[in-house]
Design a protein around this ligand. Structure first.
Ligand code: GUN
Ligand code: ZN
Length: 451
């Protein structure tokens, strides 16, 4: 970073600061060795006021500008990045995670639809909101796009807890009016009314945002899909999320339920649900026409590797989606509790392995770009989160590539190579590699040091 005073001058107004090795991405990596896609400062300072980044620069330039009395939180060998962003996770599945022996439709019936019924109880939802956000922060995740249960109270509980912490959460109640237990179904009109009420109460309130959430085509009637489309028309800056083309039996059932549709994607498309603010979880078994449609509408395919392996759904073909003349935009996500880890580091490791099985690769730069700036761009929020840039929220993660004996031992062979350090972090790291997580400049999680 250049050593001139202009961009650093706002540091004079800082109310806090964080110092360490800084890494932020400025463009999508072309692949391994691309040094133009990121900025790295080996001793840098992030100056903060009102929860936002004021200035980022070399410590030698910024430290003299900080107001008297502002002593940076110093993480001398910590690697400081923008906080991780999880683009697909289920709030009511924290006790579904690690459920044995089934694939998607049986997994939903046997475990998930049982557990989600507990979220009718506001006290259960409130207690889990504390656990859920603590767990995200312990893993360095500062923003998540979240499926609530069918009960709007579950989303209410999550928003309330996120707001207390100053966290940016994007959430919606699951719309589902058929093919689920009666206690978990709404109707087209109640799902519309409840989602609308959540939007009016929460969308844009502090850092909370709403997402119109259709669980998947199997659990929605056409009348409900039409209502979801109506909500998107009324609230054009609200996101949409659902599941798409995850499992072969699921796809066959969609074909049976919607015989008129040309494809699974076409079901959602018919109701105006495919567009640049639409997030489609999984997208594993898409036909060519579906890839084309996602690409031309600017919709986002969300890769959930630990879930795809655990529920045995299949291999996400990242190259097929991203190497087209006009690519499909992509996100990376945990999908807890089909997914098996809250950690975006673990998620990156499993993504790498899924791509290996298809003779593709995932450069460490690409993975870290994706879980920060890339996922922010998937949400259209890259001016707000996902980068260490003036104006962005000061949501940060501090990583330690020597967090465990195995990592320390491996790092003995890494001679100052940033990409290799990142690859060790994503391959061996988990919550233990997260030394601290900051929300709007305040420490929201600090890892207890082991002796
Ligand atoms: N499809 C419909 N609901 C779900 C869910 O909760 N998890 C996953 N992985 N797929 C789904
Ligand atoms: Zn999911």
């Amino acid at each position: 970073m250049s050593r001139h005073s202009e961009p650093t001058a706002p540091a004079r107004r800082a109310t806090s600061a964080i110092r360490g090795r800084l890494l932020t991405f400025t463009s999508t990596p072309a692949g391994p060795g691309d040094r133009d896609c990121y900025r790295f400062i080996s001793d840098g300072v992030v100056a903060i006021a009102d929860g936002r980044i004021l200035a980022v620069g070399e410590a030698v330039d910024l430290l003299p500008l900080l107001p008297r009395g502002i002593v940076p939180d110093h993480h001398p060998d910590g690697l400081i990045l923008p906080g991780f962003i999880d683009t697909h996770i289920h709030f009511p599945q924290t006790q579904v995670i690690a459920s044995f022996g089934t694939q998607l439709l049986d997994w939903l019936a046997r475990y998930t639809f049982v557990e989600e019924q507990k979220y009718a109880d506001p006290a259960h939802a409130a207690a889990n909101a504390v656990f859920f956000l603590d767990e995200l922060l312990r893993n360095g995740t500062t923003t998540a796009v979240v499926y609530g249960s069918v009960h709007p109270g579950s989303v209410e509980a999550l928003f309330r807890e996120a707001r207390k912490r100053g966290m940016a959460v994007i959430a919606g109640k699951s719309m589902m009016d058929r093919n689920a237990p009666a206690a978990l179904t709404d109707t087209p009109s109640t799902s519309y009314d409840e989602t609308r009420a959540l939007i009016e109460r929460w969308h844009g309130r502090d850092r909370q945002r709403c997402v119109v959430t259709v669980r998947f085509a199997i659990t929605s009637t056409e009348a409900q899909l039409e209502r979801a489309g109506a909500l998107l028309n009324e609230f054009p800056d609200v996101h949409f999320q659902t599941h798409l083309s995850e499992n072969r039996k699921e796809i066959a059932e969609v074909r049976r339920l919607f015989p008129w549709a040309r494809s699974y994607t076409d079901v959602y498309d018919r109701y105006g649900l495919v567009g640049p603010r639409s997030l489609f979880g999984h997208c594993i078994h898409l036909g060519e026409d579906e890839c084309l449609r996602l690409s031309e509408t600017g919709a986002v395919a969300v890769f959930c590797p630990t879930s795809n392996l655990f529920i045995g759904s299949g291999l996400f073909d990242w190259a097929r989606l991203s190497e087209r003349r006009r690519p499909v935009r992509t996100g990376l996500a945990t999908d807890v509790g089909g997914g098996t880890s809250y950690s975006m580091l673990r998620t990156s490791a499993e993504a790498y392995k899924i791509l290996q099985l298809q003779n593709q690769t995932l450069a460490a730069l690409t993975a870290f770009h994706q879980i920060t700036r890339g996922n922010a761009a998937a949400l259209g929020l890259e001016a707000e989160i996902g980068s260490l840039e003036p104006g962005c929220h000061a949501d940060l993660v501090v990583l330690d590539a020597k967090a465990t004996p195995a990592m320390r031992h491996r790092m003995e062979t890494v001679q100052g190579d940033l990409e290799e350090e990142l690859f060790v972090l994503m391959t061996l790291g988990d919550d233990r590699a997260v030394r601290a997580t900051y929300i709007q400049g305040g420490a929201a999680h600090v890892r207890a040091m082991t002796p």
